[in-house]
Design a protein around this ligand. Sequence first.
Ligand code: GLN
Length: 194
Amino acid sequence: MTVLQIGVLALQGAFVEHERMLDRLGAGHFQIRCLKDLSVPMDGLVLPGGESTAIGKLMDSLGMTALLKEKIMRGLPVFGTCAGMILLAGEIENDAKRHLQVMDITVRRNAYGRQLGSFFTQGEFAGKPVPMVFIRAPYIVEAGRSVEVLSVVEGHAVAAREKNMLACSFHPELSGDLTVHSYFLEEMVKKGRL
Ligand code: GLN
């Protein structure tokens, strides 16, 4: 069996932590830092947490936004955490800027507040218990019919899947729990390759 190759957007934010999770699951990965890196064949894509405004600006100035969007729309499995969720969202309730706009969700940025918005809780992801680290996180305020909500915390959707796209508000790469990454690899990347 060939090793999976996951492209990890490495412009800003917590990309190294995602790489460690992929290592632990035996998946290959490489960093996407410029347009040229998008021509490397990949089975899946990770959009890390960080600051969506900064990542979005870098994606635009490096000329990557349109190609990333095209790859996702053609079916490339993608997993966005926190700022990554904001990059995927079709609508951002409290920001004028839009990024990839591929997923039929409306998100609220910094939904738990800016400074005191970081906390830890136990929740469920697709029915499995997972530790959840939230850092100035968004949540989903509205989701289209093709979106399956996978986690709800205090009445708010914090993880969801739509076809080849997975987004979560929390940071599984920081808690070290492999549940969400292994869902992405097993249910989305490997099945997408069949
Ligand atoms: N608050 C950040 C944003 O709006 C997201 C925070 C994160 O990714 N940890 O982009």
